[in-house]
Design a protein around this ligand. Structure first.
Ligand code: CTP
Ligand code: CA
Length: 222
């Protein structure tokens, strides 16, 4: 409500954001996860809301505080995130900042798995749906679809491949190799990859990164 009343270049626009990790259950007490804090996604949501956009923020179990002035939808798994994202369409833009688990346990156990003898249990994995790719190819595709790519090597080449494979409009590529200190830190250093070329940004805080994204989204939707 607060965000909808904010004036700005994105007034009247609906923007979807996915954020945070997903948790994929193994049994009722255990899950597969990743280290995404959800900080960058939350900062993007607040920056876009500050420009007047109406935000649907679909988040996995992230540690970062939820953004203010936006519609927050909490999910746990990739499957739930996909369902919530599709249900939130139509949108003018969609930004996929979530670190979605690539795999889930094929058949999560209904009961807590107990130790039995010396044998370690085998856990069979199956691939999760690709939410970004699904929405990029959706009948109700938003005009602007933005994906992220965290890479440790050949950053631009991998990111360019992702742009083509997923069919989105921009990939915001991040070099997360250990030497950069980006992973788990307060800063980001992004290269924006579009079909027109590459646009390297200086290293800056996640909040500044979010502001830059919001400015570019407003320009693209104008
Ligand atoms: N993504 C998604 N659904 C998935 C996997 C990824 O929506 N099941 C989105 C992420 O939110 C991100 C982009 O796709 O915006 C790229 O995620 P990434 O993990 O880098 O790409 P993958 O295709 O999973 O490739 P890989 O992990 O093998 O590098
Ligand atoms: Ca992945």
């Amino acid at each position: 409500i607060e965000a909808a009343l904010t004036d700005g270049p994105l007034k009247g626009r609906h923007i979807l954001i996915t954020s945070g990790p997903t948790h994929e259950p193994i049994d009722p007490v255990r899950y597969i996860a990743n280290r995404s804090s959800g900080q960058q996604g939350a900062a993007i949501a607040e920056a876009l809301a500050g420009q007047g956009a109406q935000i649907t923020f679909i988040t996995g179990p992230a540690t970062a505080p939820r953004p203010k002035g936006v519609n927050v939808i909490e999910v746990e798994t990739a499957a739930q995130m996909l369902a919530a994202t599709e249900a939130a369409l139509p949108a003018d833009a969609a930004i996929f900042a979530a670190a979605v688990a690539d795999y889930r346990v094929e058949e999560a156990s209904a009961q807590k798995i107990k130790k039995s003898g010396a044998e370690a249990p085998e856990i069979r994995l199956t691939q999760n749906p690709d939410i970004l790719k699904t929405i990029s190819n959706h009948a109700q595709r938003p005009k602007l679809v933005i994906g992220f790519a965290a890479e440790t090597n050949d950053v631009q080449a991998h990111a360019k491949t992702k742009l083509d494979k997923k069919g989105c409009d921009w990939i915001l590529a991040n070099d997360v190799s250990p030497s950069t200190g980006i992973m788990g830190g307060a800063e980001n250093q992004i290269t924006r990859i579009t079909r027109d070329g590459t646009d390297p940004w200086p290293r800056m805080t996640k909040r500044q990164t979010a502001q830059r994204i919001a400015t570019l989204v407003a320009e693209a939707l104008a």
